[in-house]
Design a protein around this ligand. Structure first.
Ligand code: PEP
Ligand code: MN
Length: 341
């Protein structure tokens, strides 16, 4: 449960901490702008911790005891945008962070060629899946830990950060060793054990919304990680399941970008590759996403899109990417100057 205090009260926090400790559970205290929140966790099978006891300890200071919903990722908790640095990029600031690379790491040569080109085009974060959640068991499944090692070597060579999708807690150690930002996928959007594990480490998390997740549920997932103590979370819109799959793969939910920006202080990313599933939609969607307040973009780029082993139809070529970068720079400069002399 999470105890939301009415304000900041060191005495109430201490009283609750002592009580919870005595009952054999643990607390983690979070300082909001105007109030503290205390997350109570651990083995409470015997129901030793009672809301009525907590009430009598700090009743006047308690706003509410939460056993559902989310709070820590909300603007009510923290009014200003959260921003954080990973290497020399900053998420959640005016900087637009591009994370680009192949859907799947296929070979050393493929990833090296892509990293070389993209770093030359100013990209500081390389994406690349090593564990691919594919619909069919007969499709290419990714190179696994070998792929992560390869990507680490290549990212170090080009001075890039590496983001990759973790599909299962079993690989957490390897991801902590080789990956700078851990991505979680749409298909894992209700894997709560995975989110608890990610809360317990300090590697930043690129959290994808599920294709049929509500925004409220998505923010609960963000709270799973935040309440574990890992506050470096990037919320990622990657499209929802729509009615027009014969025309486009998913529907980019641009309303969610605005809504997440309104409801949460965490940085918002957009993945137009999976949201659209077709190359020709990607550039306009990137322009829309940045207008709506996304501060990072995750994009699939391949050295030879036609023969990509995964998600070929949505893969950008190097020249598509160059075109996008140019459009984005013209566009962001133009929108920055709106209203200025
Ligand atoms: C991916 O980014 O490679 C991916 C599988 O994305 P999603 O989980 O959004 O489908
Ligand atoms: Mn993909």
């Amino acid at each position: 449960m999470l105890i939301k205090l009415k304000n900041k009260s060191a005495a109430a926090v201490l009283a609750i901490q002592n009580y919870v400790k005595e009952k054999g559970c643990d607390t983690r205290v979070f300082e909001g702008d105007t109030f503290d929140a205390i997350f109570i966790y651990g083995d409470n099978r015997e129901n030793k911790i009672k809301i009525s006891d907590i009430d009598s300890l700090a009743g006047a200071d308690i706003d509410k005891v939460m056993t559902s919903g989310s709070l820590l990722s909300s603007r009510a908790f923290k009014k200003e945008d959260s921003s954080f640095k990973v290497g020399d990029v900053t998420f959640g600031s005016d900087e637009l962070v591009m994370m680009a690379g192949p859907c799947a790491i296929e070979t050393y040569e493929q990833l090296d060629a892509i990293a070389k080109e993209l770093s030359g085009q100013g990209v500081k974060v390389l994406r690349g899946g090593a564990f691919k959640p594919r619909t069919s068991p007969y499709s290419f499944q990714g190179l696994g830990v070998e792929g992560l090692k390869m990507a680490r070597e290549i990212c170090d060579k080009y001075n890039m950060l590496f983001v990759s999708e973790l599909t299962d807690v079993r690989y957490l150690d390897a991801f902590q060793e080789y990956v700078d930002i851990i991505q979680t996928g749409a298909r894992n959007s209700q894997n709560f054990e995975l989110f608890k594990a990610l809360g317990s480490i300090d590697t930043p998390v690129l959290l994808k919304k599920g294709f049929s997740d509500s925004i409220d549920n998505f923010l609960c997932v963000a709270d799973y990680i935040y309440s574990g103590g890992n506050k470096r979370i990037i919320l990622c819109e990657r499209g929802v399941m729509g009615l027009n799959q014969n025309h486009y793969r998913n529907t980019m939910d641009i309303n969610s970008i605005l809504t997440l920006r309104n409801l949460s202080h965490l940085p918002v990313c957009v993945d137009p590759s999976h949201a659209c599933g077709r190359r020709d939609f990607i550039e306009p969607m990137c322009l829309a996403a940045t207008t709506l307040g996304a501060s990072s973009i995750l994009l699939e780029v391949h050295n030879n899109p036609e023969i990509a082993l995964c998600d070929a139809k949505q893969a950008f070529s190097f020249s598509d990417f160059k075109h996008l970068q140019k459009s984005l720079s013209v566009f962001t400069t133009a929108t920055e100057s709106v209203g200025k002399d």
